[in-house]
Design a protein. Structure first.
Length: 435
């Protein structure tokens, strides 16, 4: 029998695309508490089944496919610009491929307007109509409204017409930033992209016995199995050492490890890799928000994902990317870094966060020269000794003073014109790459 949480999710999926729903509506319809309804709506929002829009409410949308993750939808644009929807509600789930600023004649606009584009324009009614007729949504800046004819046309064509109080330049900058952020998100690999689904996962139940474990081990050659209880909820994990010396009739629930470490499918591969390395885990169960077993992820899955990610072209630019670009190798022992205005705080000295990132990136560079392995920084102890001013050229000297097959420790010294300015101890884990 489905849990209340699952019943709510099934109910949400049954609602037509574009329909509004609320916590109160679901609680009343399914006779559940508002807290239960709220948690289910949040999971539906994470899955792309619904989207919450300011001054509009929560709306049933189509699930986003993994291939479209780099695109923004019009409903997301509406949230970014703090705008108001005037018409075309059914088109909110459509994706935005590009935006156009309508500072041109209408004949010139036709060269740039395409389907799934967004025309940013003022109170020019004829240009608004032209954009809709050619498949583009419309964003009206300056707080202007649209005539009823335009709203009716947008509803007919299912193309959103939105308005915002911001000016055109500000709106363009906000959308451009959002598109770059989406590209960065696309580069962050999530567990949902790599884990083994439940239908391909070997698992045991609390009612199984040690004999069932041995049968599963003979057929799958696996030594670790997640254990589920009522409603497929994760309750433990059992390994080979747990059943050593146990009789075949002993129940799994009496020998399993309770409350095991687990992950959700929305966590990043990097964060899960950190946990698995730190705790020495070979396998982690993947669960839903209700702790229902969805599958498993293995250390080998993590390693392959990390290697694949390193080979992908970088399209978005994070702060770490910007800092890494400024670190230059002087020789095999030293690196150089120039402190730009963007890297400083309000006092004109280098930001502590930037300094910490320099230390981390230098540790990666130093170890990458010596090891064909994946590297995970576990711990950084940083001491900022002297203020580093804007425009300074830093010399960074990393030294590996302790190294084993699985870990390394580095001493990193940072010099500026005034001498030794910072010193750090960095502890890293080394993972053998999958061939």
């Amino acid at each position: 029998m489905a849990t209340k949480h699952e019943q709510i999710l099934n109910f949400i999926e049954s609602i037509s695309i574009g329909e509004k729903l609320s916590v109160r509506l679901i609680a009343k319809e399914l006779k559940v508490s508002e807290g239960t309804a709220y948690r289910a709506i949040k999971e539906a929002e994470n899955s792309g089944l619904v989207t919450t829009i300011p001054r509009v409410g929560t709306i049933r949308t189509e699930s986003k496919t993994e291939g479209n993750i780099e695109n923004l939808t019009f409903e997301e644009i509406l949230k970014i610009i703090d705008g108001e929807l005037l018409g075309g509600k059914k088109g909110l789930n459509k994706t935005l491929n590009k935006f156009i600023i309508g500072a041109m004649t209408e004949s010139a606009m036709l060269r740039y307007i395409t389907e799934e584009s967004l025309m940013i324009i003022g109170n020019r009614e004829s240009a608004q109509r032209l954009s809709l007729q050619n498949g583009a949504a419309v964003l009206i800046t300056g707080g202007f409204r649209a005539d009823q004819e335009i709203i009716d046309l947008s509803n007919k064509l299912s193309l959103p017409v939105m308005t915002t109080s911001y000016d055109t330049f500000t709106v363009g900058a906000m959308i451009n930033r959002a598109m770059r952020d989406q590209l960065i998100k696309k580069e962050i690999m999530l567990i949902e992209s790599i884990y083994t689904r439940l239908e391909h996962t070997h698992y045991l139940t609390t009612d199984d016995t040690v004999y069932d474990y041995r049968i599963a081990n003979q057929s799958s050659q696996h030594t670790r199995y997640p254990v589920i209880g009522l409603n497929d909820r994760l309750v433990g994990i059992v390994t080979a050492k747990d059943i050593i010396g146990k009789k075949d009739t002993v129940l799994i629930k009496n020998v399993m490890t309770k409350n095991p470490a687990f992950t959700t499918n929305h966590m990043s591969v990097a964060s899960v890799a950190h946990t698995m390395i730190w705790d020495g885990l070979e396998v982690m169960p993947v669960v839903s928000e209700e702790k229902k077993l969805l599958g498993i992820v293995s250390r080998q899955d993590i390693m392959k994902a990390m290697q694949s990610q390193q080979r992908q072209p970088q399209t978005g630019e994070t702060i770490a990317d910007q800092i890494n670009q400024l670190i230059k190798e002087k020789n095999s022992e030293e690196y150089a870094f120039s402190v730009t205005p963007q890297m400083t705080n309000g006092m004109g000295t280098i930001s502590f966060g930037v300094l910490s990132e320099i230390v981390t990136e230098t540790a990666y560079l130093k170890l990458s020269r010596q090891n064909k392995r994946n590297i995970v920084v576990e711990q950084v102890q940083l001491h900022y000794l002297n203020l580093i001013q804007i425009g300074s050229t830093l010399t960074i000297r990393p030294t590996v003073f302790d190294k084993s097959r699985r870990s390394a420790r580095l001493d990193i010294e940072i010099y500026s014109e005034s001498g030794l300015s910072a010193k750090a101890i960095v502890v890293c884990q080394l993972l053998q790459k999958i061939k």
